[in-house]
Design a protein around this ligand. Structure first.
Ligand code: GLN
Length: 491
């Protein structure tokens, strides 16, 4: 049961081979056993989970089950959950219990999913390694001395070690795709505006987007179906007809060429010297598999993609400095215990509540927005953002999806990059442009590099092409078994 797909779990629940309570207990036991080593969860709530599971069993009994009814799930700890801690991986919110549920949380509640708890993350989603959490680093289940990626590292590690079958994440510059890649699972970040940000603690609002993490594209599609949809409480939520993200899944091909006619664009800039040799080998052989499935590859160019990191590290901190100004010790969050006056209380509460990476970004963000620098930095970065989006638009004139590596290397050692923020920032070189353009992106496992560490392949699509990305990855997963491999610790 632990390794079963959602389809198999659904069938077992519907056939009463297992109850949701039993399934929930099974995963809670795994969390109890593995979490002390992996540290993927900040909060585990067995009482809440078992209550959810009993309700789900009753619903299944009435014949009213949906695809996710009774299925255990975890949320990244920045989705607000009523009655359960929402810490954002920060001392600032270490005691924060939200008075309401995020849209994503209430959608999944409505679907009857069983919430096991909240997963560890980089503080306020700032990071690529899950080392900046106030609650300690997360270990990569494939090698406990290595990082799982970030910032949704807890969700990714939890799914990779099968402590939970599916988990939510958020992706501002790669935080769903990159940890999925480093832990050997599948993750999708949809088009900006597809998943409501209501109740998702904001980092950089014009880039933040909720996404799904699971073992396979098929499981991600089922989770995304429950997460997506218009929500009037988020002004950037898009009002569009409901989509079935599973629509390109399941249709097993009549021929061995289910991807016949698919044009896969390979950006010259993504295949340059930055990519590690072991990653390149895995990506090249995955592309051979895609060709064997009928796709053909064409070269495309994203000339401004190299400028994505500098543009992002102006725009994201600028938005963060504004978003994080709400944490002042007055309304919620950490408040210093000793202070002289109001000003001193603000200063001390923020100095004590935020970690160093968050402070760095607030400083950078405040600087680039300040008088005299706004034009030189912020405005220039916004112009670059437009150029990057234009590059993608041009590329999609000659291809249907874009493929390349998700991360330039496999998982690195805990501590290896923590003193060098620029090295850390460069690990998102292939993912960040996608957020700047607001496009959907997916990462799926496609092999192993040196040291038996997972490698992920990124698929990028045009706006609203999530179903196609998931269907493409699904056909790859029908023909390969990388997504079924499990780390030893998860046995
Ligand atoms: N690693 C990037 C950052 O530190 C992206 C994080 C994210 O997507 N939340 O900002």
């Amino acid at each position: 049961m632990i390794n079963a797909s959602l389809t198999e779990l659904r069938a077992a629940l519907d056939a009463r081979k297992i109850s949701s309570v039993e399934l929930t207990q099974l995963f809670l036991q795994r969390i109890e056993r593995l979490n002390p080593t992996i540290n993927a969860f900040i909060t585990v709530d067995p009482v809440h989970a078992l209550a959810n599971a009993r309700e789900a069993d009753a619903r299944i009994g009435r014949g009213e089950a949906g695809p996710l009814t009774g299925i255990p799930l975890a949320h990244k700890d920045l989705f607000c959950t009523q009655g359960m801690l929402t810490t954002c991986g920060s001392k600032m919110l270490a005691n924060f219990v939200s008075p309401y549920d995020a849209h994503v949380v209430s959608q999944l509640k409505g679907a009857g999913a069983v919430l096991l708890g909240k997963t560890n993350m980089d503080e306020f989603a700032m990071g690529s390694s899950n080392e900046s959490s106030h609650f300690g680093p997360v270990a990569n289940p494939w090698d406990l001395r290595r990082v799982p990626g970030g910032s949704s590292g807890g969700s990714a590690a939890a799914v990779a070690a099968r402590m939970v079958p599916i988990a939510t994440g958020t992706d501002t510059g790669g935080s769903v795709r990159q940890p999925a890649s480093l832990t050997g699972i599948t993750g999708i970040k949809p088009t900006y505006g597809v998943v409501s940000r209501y109740g998702m603690v904001a980092y950089a609002s014009s880039l933040d987007q909720g996404g799904a993490l699971a073992a396979s594209a098929s499981d991600c599609a089922a989770l995304l179906n429950a997460m997506a949809g218009f929500d009037p409480r988020d002004s950037t939520s898009l009002e569009r007809p409901a989509e079935d993200y599973c629509r390109d899944i399941g249709a097993s091909a009549a021929t061995g060429k289910p991807l016949a006619g698919l044009r896969i664009g390979l950006p010259t800039e993504f295949f340059g010297p930055g990519m590690a040799d072991d990653v390149r080998t895995a990506i090249d052989s995955a592309l051979d598999t895609y060709r064997a499935l009928g796709a053909h590859t064409v070269e495309v160019s994203l000339p401004n993609a190299q400028l994505a990191i500098p543009a992002y590290y102006v725009i994201a901190p600028a938005e963060a400095s504004s978003n994080l100004s709400r944490f002042d010790g007055v309304r919620y969050g950490h408040r210093a215990s000793n202070y002289r006056d109001l000003d001193d209380m603000y200063r001390k509460s923020r100095a004590e509540g935020f970690g160093s990476e968050v402070k760095r970004r607030i400083l950078v963000g405040t600087y680039v927005l300040s008088h005299g620098y706004y034009d030189a930095y912020y405005l220039q970065a916004q112009k670059l953002r437009r150029l990057i989006a234009e590059d993608f638009r041009r590329a999609f004139g000659t291809c249907d999806v874009i493929a390349g590596p998700t991360s330039p290397t496999t998982a690195w050692s805990i501590g290896e990059k923590s003193d060098d923020p620029v090295q850390m920032y460069l690990s998102d070189i292939y993912t960040i442009a996608v957020n700047l353009a607001g496009l959907p992106g997916l990462s799926h496992p496609c092999g192993f590099g040196d040291g038996q560490l997972p490698v992920g392949l990124q698929l990028i699509g045009d706006y609203f092409s999530e179903a196609r990305l998931l269907g493409t990855a699904h056909h790859f997963q029908q023909a390969t078994d990388w997504h079924t491999r499990r780390p030893e610790i998860a046995a």
